[in-house]
Structures are given as C-alpha cells and as structure tokens.
Write a protein that binds this ligand. Structure first.
Ligand code: BG6
Length: 510
C-alpha cells in the first residue's frame, strides 16, 4: 500500500524531527551539593539551554543546608557547567540561565525551609512566568525521600495549580528489595499520582539504548531470527574500570547487583527481549517491558548460575590501585560485591531455553557496556573441519558505550586457494554515520520530565518486577559467605567463567 494511502487522518502531523521546547517551568534540585548534581544535572540543564530547548524564563532552584545566597549557588552551577557541560560555553546562554538561579537554605526536616521554597516558587511564577509548573528533583539518599515528600506536601508545593503541573523526579536506588521498593512506591504515590512520578534510569536516556528498539523494529532482517530457534544465548555486560574510592557511603552494603543489575541491566534485557509494542506510546512500551520482566526469573541453582566478586588491589592502566577493603569508608570485613553475574530465563515461546547472562563489575579490564546476541551455529558446515577451526558463533552486538555502534560477527572466506573460513566483523559506528553527537542521557531525560513525556521512565510495576527477579539471588548470597576476590584490571572472579563454562559458553572479551 502506498505511504500516502496509509496516512491516518487523526495522527499528529507535527514534524517529529523538530525538537520540542519545554514550556515555562522550573527545576528544584534537592541534593544540590552532591556529585550527580554537579557532574550531570547542572551541566545537562545548561546543555539544554544551549540547544535552545529551555524556555526563556526557565528557573533553577537549589535546596541545601549550605549558607549560600543566590549568587553563591549561581557560582557553583557556573563551575559545574564550565567543567562538565557537553556543549561549548556561550556567555549569553549562561547569563540568561544565571538570572533564573535561586537558592533556598534549609534542612530536609525543616518545615520553615519548605515554606520559603513555596514562596520562592511563587515569586518565580510572577517574575519569570514559570506558570505554576515545577519539577522537584530528588537527588538524595532514599532514606530522606519520605521527609522531603512530606515537606513538599505540607507546604502546599504538591498542589497542582490551575493549569500548572507538579512533577517529582526520583533517582535510584528504588528500595533495596521488593518489600522496601513497594513501601517507597507507596510513600511516593501518597504525595504524587503515578503520572507525575519520573523514576530515572539513566541508561534509558542513552541514544544507543533507544537504538535497540530502532534496530529491532525499523528493520526486517533481525526479527525473524530474534528467538530461541536461532539465538543461542545473550550476554549483557556493563564493565567499569573505575573503583569505589569516595563512594562507600552509598555503595557499602548495596553492591553491584542492586546498584545496576536491578535497574540498568534488567531494563536492557527487557528492551532486547520484548515483543514489538503496538506503538511507541508510553503505555504500549511499558506493557511490553513488563511482560518480559513478568516472564523472567533468575535461573537456579544459584551456586552454579550466579557469580559475585570483590576487587583486590592490583595494577590498572599502569597505576597501582587499592582493593575494596582498603578504600576509605568500607568496613574492613565488608562483603559488598563489586562484581555480579546472574543467569536469567525468560519463560515464553520466543525465549524458551535461551540464557540471558547479565554481568557488571568495577575495576575490570576496561569500561564497556554492550549487549551481545549470540546465535546458534549453522546446522551443517560443508567445509573441512580444519578450514573452520577459527569460526565462532555469529553475533550481533549493540555497543552501548564508549565506542557507540553495532557490530555483526560472521564467518568469511580467507583470501587464498583454500576454502578457509574465519570470523570477521562488520561495524556501524555513530561517529562515522552521523554528524550530530549524542546528547547526554540526562539532557534527554530532564527535557522529557519538563515535557511530561514518560516513555523513558520505568513505572513502579517494572521496578517491583525487577526486584522480584533479583531478591532470591540476593538472599542466597547473603546466606552464603563472602564474595570471591578478583584482581583489579582483570575480567572478574573465576566463578564467573565457570558459570558460563557449565553451559558450554564463554564470556566475550570486549
Ligand atoms: C550508576 C551507578 O547508575 O551508573 C554507578 O550507580 C555507575 O555505580 C554508573 O558507575 C555508570 O553510568 P555510565 O553512564 O557511566 O555507564
């Protein structure tokens, strides 16, 4: 059928390639003195302003205990922008942003400070025309959520003014197990209706992660083989070379599985395994992701299907680095894992019998995140055995970062008289294919909050389903001693290799 005939007259005919600009509004950040705020949130807000995606009267409000005036806060934002923004510094953009910077001093449990905040927000509505539209960004430890939410409620800041909106943005961790996540969701939903809650999983804001859906559903040749008939197994890797120096407060007692498997890696798995959504509407997307998470469970027995480790001192990139137990702030007998690997099964017709291996770790060989879909071997090879000795399995690899792109691995004839076949790779790289550079995940996500566009934010159901998958593994680990040590700069504990070897598989060395 011709494209013209297929046009739906009810469809929004706005050119979707044109970026949408946020309407008048403010962002209020709690936890404004933290690392995330300095390295990601403030720079992302500047980058959005620089790209012309924020309204002229936009306002940024910081809330913290420091004894700062608006100008001091402005200076902190300025330094963060200078150091961490993605786009070039432009004085006129900064000047406009700086005009809208406000600071409210107070602690989270001080009702008076929340009243001051309410007054500030009202003044902004008048001075800068923010129209009652305010997003409250909780970049704070989860233990402080209830107090801040209560402060917002009792000071009237959660009341949606006529025509205005109030939204809350929550950074992970969303609880530390299913029970606490439910409790937390309950507390949040008492104050904000679910459609006003934006839970940040910043991996969903990455271009390369959104490309999983584009590759799968905009093309014809992936989907027919995207199932248990052709796929042997899937490996999802998020490896980091950095250690945990300076992060003990957050990380000790949390560990790698809660920090990133529960959220980033299970979301990547859901996008890789889900059925085609009816549309890219938030509801349709979430429904398909939730179906996968509902059908998924961690495979047992856990002593064979999971692995965990803790990094030891060693050499990395020519530098001597300490082990976790020598990093400041960690308990000397800490059993917090810095490496975690689990095997997940998705019990539906498409994926029956296909293991999804999820692994993550700190102080590994290099920083890389990828999803490798590894295919079964060809059922018959009409070649001499000796000619295909170096032939592995076909694989399609989404390279999430840092070298963003897609790789296809397949066998090819080696030039020469013999019919010798060897693995080669075909690469698509963002850097070569596009002139535009990818926005930072936080740019996309903050803009989506301001636009009220919820597609890239997990809802409470997804969060709870993910804990349901992970909780049994965490309970098993808690009851079974310490994680295995692994050398900094290596690819993790030996038990991780054994875990795959039992199924005749091997981790990729990206
Ligand atoms: C965060 C984790 O969610 O993601 C950190 O809490 C981790 O431990 C970080 O370092 C990695 O993010 P990115 O975007 O650099 O891969």
């Amino acid at each position: 059928m011709a494209a013209a005939q297929r046009k739906n007259p009810l469809r929004d005919e706005r050119d979707k390639r044109l970026p949408r600009i946020a309407g008048p509004c403010s962002v209020v950040i709690f936890g404004v003195t933290g690392d995330l705020s300095r390295k990601k949130l403030m720079p992302a807000i500047y980058d959005l302003a620089n790209r012309g995606l924020l309204p002229p009267g936009f306002a940024l409000v910081g809330f913290a205990r420091r004894d700062w005036e608006d100008e001091d806060f402005g200076q902190v934002v300025y330094e963060a922008v200078k150091e961490h923004a993605r786009t070039p510094f432009r004085q006129e953009v900064w000047d406009r942003l700086a005009e809208g910077c406000r600071f409210v001093q107070g602690s989270f449990d001080d009702p008076e400070a929340f009243h001051t905040l309410a007054r500030t927000v009202k003044e902004l509505d008048e001075e800068r025309g923010t129209g009652g539209n305010h997003a409250f960004y909780l970049s704070i430890p989860p233990g402080a959520f209830p107090t801040v939410l209560q402060g917002l409620q009792t000071s009237g800041l959660t009341d949606q003014e006529s025509g205005g909106w109030r939204r809350v943005v929550i950074e992970k961790p969303f609880g530390h197990d299913l029970r606490s996540a439910k409790e937390l969701n309950g507390i949040v939903n008492e104050v904000f209706p679910e459609e006003s809650v934006f839970r940040i999983d910043h991996y969903l804001g990455k271009e390369t992660v959104q490309n999983i859906l584009a590759a799968r559903f905009a093309n014809q040749f992936f989907e027919p083989i995207w199932n248990a008939n052709y796929v042997d197994h899937v490996q999802i890797t998020m490896a980091e070379d950095i250690g945990l120096g300076g992060r003990a407060g957050y990380y000790d007692g949390i560990g790698a599985a809660r920090d990133v498997i529960q959220n980033h890696l299970l979301q990547l798995m859901a996008l890789t395994a889900m059925e085609e959504p009816l549309s890219f509407s938030p509801r349709a997307l979430r429904a398909e992701k939730a179906k996968v998470l509902n059908a998924a469970h961690a495979v047992t027995p856990f002593e064979e299907t999971t692995a965990r480790g803790q990094y030891l001192g060693g050499w990395q990139g020519g530098e001597k680095v300490p082990g976790l137990l020598q990093e400041g702030g960690f308990a000397k007998d800490s059993v917090t894992e810095t490496y975690a690997a689990i095997t997940v099964a998705v019990d539906n017709r498409r994926w029956a019998g296909v293991p999804f291996y999820l692994r993550t770790g700190k102080r590994l060989g290099r920083r890389v995140t990828e999803i490798a879909v590894v295919f079964k071997r060809a059922p018959h090879l009409p070649f001499d055995d000796t000619s295909t000795e170096e032939l592995g399995q076909n694989a399609l690899v989404f390279r999430v970062q840092p070298d963003e792109g897609v790789t296809m691995r397949f066998g090819s004839k080696v030039p020469g008289n013999a019919m010798e076949v060897r693995d080669v790779t075909m690469d698509f790289s963002y850097g070569h294919a596009f002139t535009e550079s990818s926005p930072e995940a936080y740019e996309r996500l903050i803009l989506d909050v301001l636009l009220g566009e919820p597609s890239l934010f997990p809802v409470n159901e997804e969060v709870e389903l993910s804990w349901e998958i992970l909780d049994p593994v965490l309970a098993h680990w808690a009851a079974n001693g310490k994680p295995e040590g692994y050398r900094a700069g290596s690819w993790g504990p030996e038990s991780a290799n054994e875990m795959l070897a039992r199924n005749g598989h091997e981790w990729r060395r990206p």
